[in-house]
Ligand binder design. Sequence first.
Ligand code: ZN
Length: 195
Amino acid sequence: MAEPALDGLIEALRRLPGVGQKSAQRMAFHLLQHDRDGAARIAASLQKAVADVRHCDRCHTFTEGAICSTCSDERRDARLLCVVETPADQAALERTGSYKGLYFVLMGRLSPLDGVGARDIGLAQLIERATDGTVEEVIVATNFTAEGEATAHVIGETLKSRGLRVTRLARGVPIGSELEYVDLGTIAHALSERR
Ligand code: ZN
């Protein structure tokens, strides 16, 4: 019993992270049976986001213009540049309210086994961004996982060799953890104790 439209929807939902065949099927049935308006909204939102959302020219985070609102905020301290893995990590740091500098979002982490190299995390753009003459300190806030640490090491060595001051979030953040899931007080402390 082939139902191309239904099968296609389930197949599409399976592309989402952490969604397998069963959950995809449950979502598809739910939308079609109970929430057709919601389904139409999801479809429209996806289409609009894919068409309108791009990466900021300066920090690589998601934005709808050429430069994101954080990068274009003149009240931010342009002497500080914080390097994070994802927009979610950036949001976690923002929620602490204790960081007033700017960001560079890698949109990933170095992961040679998965084929993610320096080019994929925009290392060349990071170097260019950090050596703009205004940045005085680069705070590396990649996650405290094996890959995050390896990424921090490469970034640290690369930027130090260009004469920049590079600091790392302090060890208050538990090993193996992703910033996104760490409580705000701990992040704020790690930020103030960076070295
Ligand atoms: Zn930006």
